[in-house]
Design a protein around this ligand. Structure first.
Ligand SMILES: NC(=O)c1ccc[n+]([C@@H]2O[C@H](COP(=O)([O-])OP(=O)(O)OC[C@H]3O[C@@H](n4cnc5c(N)ncnc54)[C@H](OP(=O)(O)O)[C@@H]3O)[C@@H](O)[C@H]2O)c1
Length: 317
């Protein structure tokens, strides 16, 4: 895929957490977030050349898109790229629920086009994929992709778009050291062979692989991610310690190495950034070189952790 301007970055920025209220412990992530803090995140990201922002209408039911739109007002529209999604489960009852949802996203984001528009999940591939075609033709959507689709669903979407002269240009699936189902199912190879970008989400397992959370310092009490990950933290220690020690040898930290791993596997990680220093980590991640032995060692430790981090919204691949 060619995202018009500039070239596709090594890392995209995720804003699911931006849909929370910003109060500690509240919402899916429970991090403390302020508009000023997120503006600082965006300024650092743009200065470093990270300008592709991923969101979805369902992240805080509009809140993530609204906050992102507010924060990005400080830049010219041509200086950043927007990635947002049609979520079938939130479809309205009009004639074209995809076009309707896109209009809502455009209004919240304060723009008249989306660089990369996704069908969020494969609830009904044959029903929803064709709705992307008029959006591509009108230019309201520049590129399209599918998320959480398995290989046969990707092929079906590609066939539907192909009949109109378009194609699936990108895939967005959960892919981390702990969750490699898209690789096991051949989706990474498929993307490589067909020139399709693979965007990896939850590379840091929502912070559980950052190394900063432990049984003594768990994920924010009351948040959904705490419920998912806090019980696993003891099993993740050997892996996060290894990420940290590899990082130390290159002047980097554990999450930078987890991100570098995803880049080394040929993917474009979408990293959920909530603090300015996360952007510094992304810059470091881009210059880390991992040897084949280090990659194998990390993957072996990930397997040994023996945890299943499949999201409740995901299917087996
Ligand atoms: N298509 C889909 O179905 C789907 C599903 C999930 C996610 N996504 C997309 O992918 C993005 C990424 O996933 P995610 O946000 O769920 O999880 P993630 O990227 O695995 O983790 C994000 C969390 O990790 C922590 N973090 C980030 N950078 C860090 C750093 N350098 N050092 C230490 N901690 C760091 C932050 O937590 P603290 O706030 O605690 O610091 C942040 O909230 C989402 O934002 C969304 O755009 C898409």
């Amino acid at each position: 895929m060619t995202i018009d301007n500039p070239k596709t970055p090594t890392v995209a920025l995720g804003t699911w957490a931006w849909g929370d209220s910003g109060e500690t412990g509240n919402g899916y992530f429970g991090s403390s977030l302020t508009q000023a803090g997120l503006e600082e995140v965006a300024d650092k990201a743009h200065a470093a050349g990270f300008t592709l922002w991923d969101t979805a209408i369902v992240y805080g039911m509009g809140r993530s898109e609204t906050v992102l739109g507010e924060v990005l007002k400080r830049y010219a529209r041509s200086d950043y790229q927007l990635s947002t999604k049609f979520t079938p489960q939130a479809a309205g009852t009009g004639d074209d629920p995809v076009a309707d949802m896109l209009e809502q996203s455009l209004a919240r984001l304060g723009t008249d086009y989306i660089d990369l528009y996704w069908i969020h999940n494969p609830a009904d591939v044959a029903r929803w994929t064709p709705h992307l075609i008029p959006l591509l033709k009108s230019g309201k959507v520049k590129h399209v992709g599918v998320s959480n689709h398995n290989l046969s669903e990707i092929e079906l979407a590609n066939q539907i778009l192909g009949e109109a002269g378009f194609r699936v240009e990108a895939i967005q699936n959960h892919y981390s050291l702990l969750y490699r189902s898209s690789e096991d199912a051949g989706i990474l190879d498929y993307c490589r062979n067909h020139g399709i970008l693979f965007f990896a989400y939850m590379v840091l397992e929502q912070g559980a692989l950052s190394g900063k959370y432990s049984p003594e310092n768990p994920l924010p009490e009351g948040s959904n991610r705490a419920e998912t990950y806090n019980g696993m933290l003891p099993q993740l220690k050997a892996l996060t310690d290894k990420l940290a020690s590899i990082g130390q040898s290159q002047g980097a930290a554990a999450p930078d190495v987890a991100t570098a791993w995803a880049i080394a596997k040929g993917t474009t990680p979408i990293i959920g950034v909530t603090k300015p220093d996360h952007v510094e980590g992304l810059v470091r991640a881009g210059s880390i070189t991992l040897t084949a032995d280090e990659i194998a060692e990390l993957e072996a430790l990930a397997d040994a952790a023996n945890v299943n981090t499949r999201g409740w919204w995901e299917q087996e691949m």
